[in-house]
Ligand binder design. Structure first.
Ligand SMILES: [Zn+2]
Length: 165
């Protein structure tokens, strides 16, 4: 079963950052890496051609700093009406690329669209980006989001040796 802790509204907040963890290793192709997760940011911009209209851009985290927009690759335009993302000329990805697949799959889950039979064994966790309770940096890996702390800070706190009943 997929787990979702974000809403459709969350996606159009203007600076929505969320992580999609792919649980089924057969899901996206034969890549053997165990820790498969993708972090996305959806931003908004006034449409220059259409006054009063807003366009939403989806990008994919590819650099080390999840707080830096320059560490995200532009992926495509997100339509909140249809709940789909479409690639444009400026997109850094092709239709068959994994970050595109994972985002499309996540959107199907968020928008509660029927999942195709052959994809039913897929499962994803969609988690919105939280902050570390110690250093307040953004968290984007599934494990860190689960515990609300980054790996280094967890270790720092454990070293304090406090016994918790
Ligand atoms: Zn931390």
């Amino acid at each position: 079963m997929s787990r979702v802790n974000i809403t459709k509204e969350f996606l159009i907040g203007g600076r929505a950052i969320f992580t999609v963890a792919v649980n089924d290793l057969t899901a996206l192709d034969t890549d053997k890496s165990k820790d498969r997760h993708y972090t996305y940011m959806i931003t908004q911009k006034q449409d220059a051609q259409n006054e009063g209209k807003v366009i939403y851009f989806a990008s994919h985290l590819c650099g080390p700093n999840n707080d830096n927009p320059f560490d995200y690759n532009y992926l495509g335009v997100f339509s909140p009406t249809t709940g789909t993302v479409f690639l444009t000329a400026g997109s850094k990805y092709k239709k068959e690329d994994k970050p595109v697949h994972a985002l499309n799959y996540a959107l199907n889950v968020i928008y509660e669209r029927p999942i195709k039979e052959y994809k039913k064994k897929w499962s994803v966790d969609i988690l919105h980006c939280g902050r570390c309770s110690k250093c307040n940096l953004k968290l984007t890996t599934p494990q860190s989001l689960e515990r609300g702390m980054g790996p280094k800070c967890v270790n720092d706190v454990r070293k304090r040796g406090v016994m918790m009943a």
